[in-house]
Design a protein around this ligand. Sequence first.
Ligand SMILES: Cc1ncc(COP(=O)(O)O)c(C=O)c1O
Length: 390
Amino acid sequence: MSNDLDLETLAIRTGIHRSQFNEHSEAMYLTSSFVFDSAAQAAARFSGEEAGNIYARFTNPTVTALEERLAALEGAQTCVATSTGMSAILSCIMGLLSSGDHIIASRSLFGATVNLFNKILTRFGIETTFVSATDVAAWDAAIKPNTKLLFLETPSNPLTEISDINALSIIAKKAGAWLAVDNCFCSPILQRPLELGADIVIHSATKYLDGQGRVLGGAVLGSRDLLMDGGVFGFLRTAGPTLSAFNAWVILKGIETLKIRMDAHSTHAMDIACWLEKQPNVARVYYPGLPSHPQYALAKQQQKTGGGIVSFEVKGGKEAAWKVIDATDLISITANLGDTKSTLTHPASTTHGRISQEARDHAGISDGLLRISAGLESPRDIKNDLAKGL
Ligand SMILES: Cc1ncc(COP(=O)(O)O)c(C=O)c1O
């Protein structure tokens, strides 16, 4: 295959290894283990002398197909697929860091990521300093001799803050640390962090990669040195936060339509964001595609569109925000995002409900904030549904 292919072609044509039956659609290999021709071959596979599948905790052809496809899309040398987005973050850290290491992380992160860093990694001697997603100088000032990892999401969940990947990659390199970017909100169709200088890309494949809210999955992408020799794959092999072949297959097929979905999600989100800006009961709209977004210029430079997520602050705090949610009868009241179905979430009481009030205040997640993941329904119908409670 030519290596000068556009993303939508890579999303459909990479990672295909046909079996002896010459199937057109990718096969799903539901098997826990693989058979060897002889005792000698089994030993050679286990010792690494011979390449090939052994046991599905660490390799399976359907999972490998997904890893190859995602690696092609992100422009990465390699990919390690995992059971969820959270286990991708955990595998990255357990594979690369040790007790005594230090992380600098954006203050604007998904709630479970904050809790992983704050409540779990601290028990294993890994400390995190949280800094503003947008203040490059604050990241530089937080560097310590033991800083190993800079971690961010851009756009962030839920406020769509944009971090400067290139500027932060320069700071990371100078400090001898790695920069990891959770690319969940953009997907490789809208943003390719490795091209901008990041060392590692993280995905919750549960979101846009699947795209239809069916299965959980995750991925870590980067260089072979880092992921294979550096220990991420080794952690997965030993500890087992493995993606199932079934989920890999669903995500693999989901990725085939990623480009047209991301384009449509973006168009719909922009339409909804422009409309929300005109609503008298909306105090503020957060969408990187709007000129009113504080990092609009950076977003334009770094990502192809504003993406599919819009957050907005309703006047009247939690009561008014819940009223908007409860008045809907089309939009799904659910915490997931990146689905064909539009979803509406009150972050302060759900996705970010388990982090402290102080951390929420610091991250700017107010009680009146709502997050909408624009689906593929008609934006007119979604706006009418939102209007009922506004
Ligand atoms: C930005 C971001 N990263 C990671 C995750 C975690 O992914 P998962 O739910 O697949 O573990 C989420 C989940 O909502 C998310 O929004």
